[in-house]
Design a binder for this molecule. Structure first.
Ligand SMILES: *Cc1c(COP(=O)(O)O)cnc(C)c1O
Length: 376
């Protein structure tokens, strides 16, 4: 049983075929359509700019917020290395913060201790699709004059206090890689209500060529152009946008209810199981991208081996960034390290059924029932 997988069907294949037949493959009318449909879906009058990965979205968001060398960004250490690489790609310095063990979300009290005169932004990570206390986070940012770049790679389609994640933030970044809540093959998006940020991201994804997007949307390009800022080839291809548009349509009807039902089943089966603890999340509005649990008493690796032996794929989200050579932190993060030793992600994707969940939780229960010595 796979930990995660892309779920694609004939509609996606037909959409790709349609683009191939048009023989125009770059950012074009299909990307513009996808951006408009995403903006309508998210609500709140946002502008959506699509790029080629979630990592590129985070980098361009940081750049568009004016981050420069020497500027510091508060970010939880417990995130995919993409968040950290994106911050450094924009020239800024990530400052690793602790997470709450109960939620695996950024600990604002710890973040407050890491503030310096160079702190310019904060990047919360919506781990396992939970956003936590966003009003408190935005209050913190306002108080200290920080931009907020939300790493919402896990949280597409989730809601917070009645609004979609992305509808109300400062700058919110999504990933549409193969296994996220929706995929465009590879892809990402920057979502904002700040027109300056949107325009800078739009230019920066196309080598910094100013207002080139308007031409590209009409399958044209700019010949007499100007460039005032750094830019990259981070645009979304129309092939990707075509896949993304189909997935967006499937999300509400299909992926959301299935993801929520599977997560609910996991919770029912895992609640009260000795030896494991669940992360607290507001399950109702959450469409979980991953299903991490905590395996207590130092037994995570043994349990993981047992599950793998039973043919059940598992994952560890994530190795904390401050333990990586490139991002080694001058301060220890003991709570993050302790949580990391416990985290185990169980299979979750829309092609699973409730009987698959039962098989996983039964195998987990069996592994936990083994005496600790034998399980080694
Ligand atoms: C997937 C992911 C990203 C990066 O997205 P890509 O599209 O793979 O570049 C960033 N942050 C987190 C937390 C992710 O899970």
């Amino acid at each position: 049983m796979r930990l995660s997988k892309s779920v694609l069907g004939p509609a996606e294949r037909d959409a790709v075929d349609r683009i191939l037949r048009a023989e125009f493959l770059g950012t074009g009318p299909e990307t513009q359509q996808f951006e408009q449909e995403l903006a309508t879906y998210l609500g709140g009058g946002v502008t959506v700019v699509c790029v080629n990965t979630g990592t590129a979205a985070l980098q361009l968001a940081c750049q568009a917020c004016g981050l420069a060398p020497g500027d510091e960004v508060l970010v939880p250490s417990l995130t995919y290395v993409a968040s950290f690489q994106a911050i450094t790609a924009a020239g800024a310095t990530p400052v690793a913060c602790e997470v709450h063990p109960a939620t695996a979300l950024l600990d604002l009290e710890d973040a407050a201790r890491r503030l310096s005169p160079r702190t310019r932004a904060i990047m919360p990570v919506h781990y396992a699709s939970s956003v936590g206390d966003l009003p408190a986070l935005y209050g913190f940012a306002r108080k200290h004059g920080l931009r907020v770049v939300e790493d919402a790679a896990h949280a597409f389609g989730c809601t917070h206090q009645g609004a979609k994640v992305g509808a109300q933030g400062d700058v919110v970044c999504f990933s549409f890689d193969g296994i996220k809540n929706i995929t465009s093959g590879e892809g990402g998006a920057v979502v904002t209500r700040d027109p300056g940020v949107a325009e800078r991201v739009r230019d920066a994804r196309l080598l910094g060529v100013m207002r080139d997007s308007e031409n590209r949307y009409q399958r044209k390009r700019s010949w007499d152009f100007d460039v005032s800022h750094a830019g990259w080839r981070y645009h979304m291809s129309d092939i990707m946008a075509a896949i993304g548009r189909v997935q967006l349509r499937r999300f509400e009807a299909d992926f959301r209810p299935r993801g929520v039902a599977l997560a609910q089943r996991y919770r029912e089966r895992l609640r009260g199981m000795p030896g494991v603890a669940l992360l607290t999340s507001d399950l109702g509005p959450v469409v979980p991208h991953i299903l991490p649990i905590r395996v207590l008493a130092g037994r995570r690796d043994a349990v993981r081996q047992q599950l793998e032996a039973a043919g059940i794929g598992t994952g560890i989200h994530y190795k904390p960034n401050h333990l990586l050579t490139r991002f080694r932190s001058p301060h220890p993060l003991p709570r993050t390290e302790a949580l990391y030793e416990e985290l185990l992600s169980l299979p979750l994707h829309p092609d699973l059924g409730e009987t698959d969940v039962d098989r996983v939780t039964d195998a987990l229960e069996q592994a936990l029932a083994l005496p600790a010595v034998l399980a080694k």
